[in-house]
Design a protein around this ligand. Structure first.
Ligand SMILES: Nc1ncnc2c1ncn2[C@@H]1O[C@H](COP(=O)(O)OP(=O)(O)O)[C@@H](O)[C@H]1O
Ligand SMILES: [Mg+2]
Length: 373
């Protein structure tokens, strides 16, 4: 509850809803480029007259709990309300309701009724840290309060069980797989169903079939974001998968040298041809953080991801340095946003997760009805 300083404002002015909303309307969402009232973010507005002036309360419903401007919004809303003549105190409750931005599933596509947004994480080739980025982003989103799932769709090199530190066989209930859960994220991977020591031999059509089962025959429940760690590259396996689910969009992970070779651009072109919205580029292994002296070195040069994003007119979500703590956390199955939240090691993922969530909100903007009050 925020109060005005004693001595300011007279007490006699009656406050109505319209006056409060008119002031709140001046707050513009920097990503959605619309005011917070018409975006339907102000709920349960109540005005109670009091001795020293009116007490106003409302819920500020964000489009994602990982909103990058959450704290700023709260302060702005408090200030805008206190600015209304006759208001003595304000109480703003922050909440979030993630909207769905995915297209309606078309014929032959897998239906995921409780899942609001399916986000693919792809790359031009393997070994760029795609799975590391996918797992850490999933945990960072979950830490922000979102309901998150992670599907490991890399049938040839499933790494989610190791990255998330869980190997248990998922339970089966009524022919449906119950996903495993670790660090607040629901997980499914072919690695949970196969023997770690034995290679799995996949023939072409089997891959598509197995992926469909791992995605569709799973009780995901209600999820705000389901991240899909795609098979690397631009071949048949990622292609089949992309076509079989209604995607909100894709994040492309690249290393600086991959950008230099144009491999990431090829991946961007593939997603574009498939009409999948590109939510942004993440540059992984972007600079090296020396654990001994703290010195930053740009082993592979730097900034390629940003220039590739600019050249292709897609958002740049940020860079993740080559960091031993990230590699160790992956080996130990404890992603840095869970093991060391708020640290220098997890900060890149936390920032990228917020930017990604904002991009998903932008995609869902078309689905947000204009609220006229
Ligand atoms: N930013 C990083 N800092 C340190 N090591 C990393 C980083 N990103 C990935 N790695 C390491 O690089 C290797 C390959 O990463 P992985 O996520 O499996 O790549 P991909 O899924 O693209 O094949 C792993 O050993 C991982 O721990
Ligand atoms: Mg991988």
């Amino acid at each position: 509850m925020f109060r005005k300083d004693k001595g300011s404002e007279s007490t006699a002015v009656a406050v109505d809803e319209a006056a409060v909303l008119a002031n709140l309307r001046k707050i513009i969402d920097p990503d959605l480029h619309r005011d917070i009232v018409s975006l339907g973010m102000i709920k349960d507005l109540a005005i109670n007259p009091g001795d020293g002036g009116a007490r106003v309360s409302f819920t500020f419903e964000l489009t994602t709990p990982a909103c990058p401007v959450r704290d700023q919004f709260k302060k702005q809303a408090e200030a805008a309300t206190l600015d209304v003549p006759g208001v003595a105190a304000v109480d703003v409750k922050m909440s979030a309701n993630v909207r769905s931005s995915g297209p309606a599933s078309s014929a032959g596509q897998i239906q995921l009724p409780g899942v609001k947004n399916v986000i693919a994480v792809g790359s031009g080739k393997g070994g760029v840290g795609k799975s590391t980025v996918a797992a850490n982003l999933a945990v960072a989103l979950a830490q922000s309060g979102a309901r998150v799932g992670l599907l490991d769709a890399d049938m040839y090199g499933p790494s989610v069980p190791a990255l998330m530190g869980i190997r248990a066989q998922p339970r089966v209930d009524d022919k449906t797989l119950i996903p495993n859960e670790a660090h607040g994220v629901k997980l499914m991977s072919i690695g949970f169903l196969t023997d770690e020591e034995k290679p799995v031999i996949w023939r072409g059509p089997m891959v598509g079939q197995a992926i469909k089962q791992l995605l569709g025959d799973v009780r995901w429940g209600e999820l705000d974001y389901l991240l899909v760690d795609l098979p690397p590259g631009t071949g048949d396996a990622p292609l089949t998968l992309i076509q079989s689910i209604p995607l909100s969009g894709v994040v492309v992970v690249t290393t600086p040298q991959e950008v230099a070779l144009g491999i990431a651009t090829k991946a961007l072109q593939m997603f574009r041809n498939l009409r999948v919205p590109i939510l942004g580029i993440v540059e992984n292994m972007s600079g090296f953080h020396c654990p001994n002296c703290g010195h930053e070195t740009n082993i592979f040069s730097l900034g390629g991801g940003k220039s590739a994003a600019d050249a292709n007119k897609v958002p740049y979500l940020g860079g993740v340095p080559l960091d031993e703590a990230i590699r160790v956390s992956g080996d130990e199955g404890l992603p840095v946003p869970a093991g060391q939240p708020g640290s220098v090691h997890s900060e890149p993922f936390e920032t990228i997760a917020r930017k990604l969530a904002a991009q998903v909100s932008i995609q869902s903007r078309r689905a947000i009805p204009l609220v006229v009050k």
